[in-house]
Structure formats: C-alpha cells, structure tokens
Write a protein that binds this ligand. Structure first.
Ligand SMILES: [Zn+2]
Length: 297
C-alpha cells in the first residue's frame, strides 16, 4: 500500500467525495516535467503551454481505470502560431510536444492568450480503452482563456459531465513547475457514459465546485504541501473524502528503431523506396523526444 499522505509530485492523488457524487484528481509535475521539457528548447510561452497541457493530460488520463488504456489530447489549428499540440498518457507514461511558428510567436509578446496562440482551433480528446469500451473521441472548439477551460468545455459538451479544472504553472529560471486539480460531478456513478442528462444545476455540485475553485496557484505548485493535505484543506467539512494513489508518472515514449522498422515494413517496397533519403536511408523523427532514428531497412 502506498502512503497517500506522502504524495507530493509526479504521481496523481485520486479522490472521491461519495456524499456529493464527486470524483477528483490532483497532481504536480516535477522531475518528469524537467525530463519532458529537456528534449526541447521551447520559449517560455510554449513551455507554459506544454506544462499546462501535460498537467491536464495527467489529470484526465488518470481517470482511466482499465490497464492499458490510453488518453490522447490534441489541440490543432490551421494557420495558427501554434499548429499542433499533442500529449498522451498510458498508465502513468506521459509525453507531449508542440509544433509552432517561432517568428510569429516572438511577435505575440510575453503572455499570449490561447486565442493568440491557436486562433480558431479545436481540441480532440481520445480514449483508447482496452476491452469492450474501445475507442472514444470527442472534439470541441478550442475556446476559453486556457487549455484547462477548453477541457472543461469538452467534458460539458462532449460527455455532459460538469467538470472543474484548475492548473498552475511557474517558471523559476529554467525550471518549470506545474500542478493541477480536476473535480467532476458523476451523479449516476463513474461509468455513466450512457446517462441521458446530468443534473447541471445541482447545489451539491455547486458547493464542491466553489471549494475546489478556491484552490490557490501557490498551493497547486508548493511541493512541500502533500496533495492529500491540499485536498483535506479544501474539503475538510465533508463527511468523507476517500483518497488513493494513482500510478507513478514517468516520461514515456514508444520510439525505438525497432518500433519504427516494424511500422515501415508494413508499407509496400515502392513506398519504402520513396521514404529513402539521398543516402538511401530511411530516417524517422520522434517529435516527442526530438530524436532521429536511422532505420536498418
Ligand atoms: Zn520518442
């Protein structure tokens, strides 16, 4: 058994408030964020954006119960300064990257809004569940002041689940810190995807949303404060809050030369020939890791 009272970072704390039909997640990214960001040399605005996206991915990804399930978050736009942001989660393995136009970004100033970064974009969240649930994808317009807000809209529009998400990110010199919390109203139980309509105006949910929304940025970022203590601080008046440890989060990428060779071998020889460079080699980039693989094909 993990001592949940000790969880501070790089591992989500899961919690439920049974009397309120609420489930939640809290997480901070520390060492694992350093590792993911170290593969890139992103300017501050993109570092903040990716850190926020990774926190949201860890919060939403850790909602998946089944082993082997994967969650992918993709924010995309035509003609935006940011062209593509991708993050995914699989059983604690977390990764992400951003594709953007550096010159246009520099012209936006220090704190560009979500709209300035993406323009008219969309947000796609995909759950690949092992077992009978299979693949499920929801797509919503990328709207709101932040990625976290866009994800709240995703849950409201695509899943009809009232959801509150708070994320904080901070750059201390070269180091980025990030943390966040998610609470959801699950009036018909956690497996309620078939439910007809959630009770949108529920005073019990409103109460929890106000408490969760009162969390301060410093609390989300302060690694001296265990996540369980933070949850108790917010919800100490509730009769019961049940907590459990989520999976340890690591930087995870499936890129190996063998993995890419397996994929490329599925293409006909004529298409493989087109992939070869001037030296006759097939070179593949992993955008998540900023690594190149020269394949033995
Ligand atoms: Zn990789």
């Amino acid at each position: 058994m993990t001592d949940t009272a000790e969880i501070r970072s790089d591992r989500p704390l899961t919690f439920t408030i049974p009397a309120r039909d609420v489930r939640g997640r809290a997480v901070r990214l520390d060492r694992v964020l350093d590792e993911i960001l170290a593969a890139h040399a992103y300017p501050p605005a993109i570092t903040h954006l990716l850190a926020e996206a990774l926190v949201v991915t860890a919060l939403i990804g850790s909602l998946i119960k089944q082993d082997g399930g994967q969650m992918t978050m993709q924010a995309q736009t035509d003609g935006g300064t940011v062209r593509l942001l991708v993050c995914d989660w699989r059983e604690g393995e977390l990764r992400g990257y951003v594709d953007f136009d550096g010159e246009r970004l520099a012209a936006l100033g220090a704190n560009p809004s979500l709209y300035a970064l993406f323009g008219q974009g969309y947000l796609a969240i995909t759950f690949d569940r092992s077992g009978e649930d299979g693949r499920w994808q929801g797509i919503v317009p990328l709207e709101g002041a932040s990625l976290a807000e866009a994800c709240e809209s995703y849950f409201a529009q695509s899943e009809q689940v009232p959801t509150l998400i708070r994320v904080a990110t901070r750059l201390d010199g070269d180091r980025c810190r990030a943390g966040g919390m998610l609470v959801q109203h699950m009036p018909d139980g956690e497996e309620g995807r078939e439910r007809l309509a959630a009770r949108v105006e529920d005073p019990s949910w409103d109460h929890v949303a106000v408490l969760a929304g009162s969390v301060r940025h410093e609390e989300l970022l302060d690694t001296d404060l265990p996540l369980e203590a933070l949850v108790w601080r917010l919800f100490h008046e509730e009769d019961a809050v049940r907590v459990a440890a989520g999976p340890v989060i690591v930087r995870g990428c499936r890129c190996t030369a063998a993995h890419y060779e397996q994929i490329i071998r599925r293409f006909p020889a004529s298409e493989q020939a087109e992939m070869r460079d001037a030296n006759g080699q097939i070179v593949v980039d992993c955008a998540f890791c900023s690594r190149q693989f020269c394949l033995a094909l």
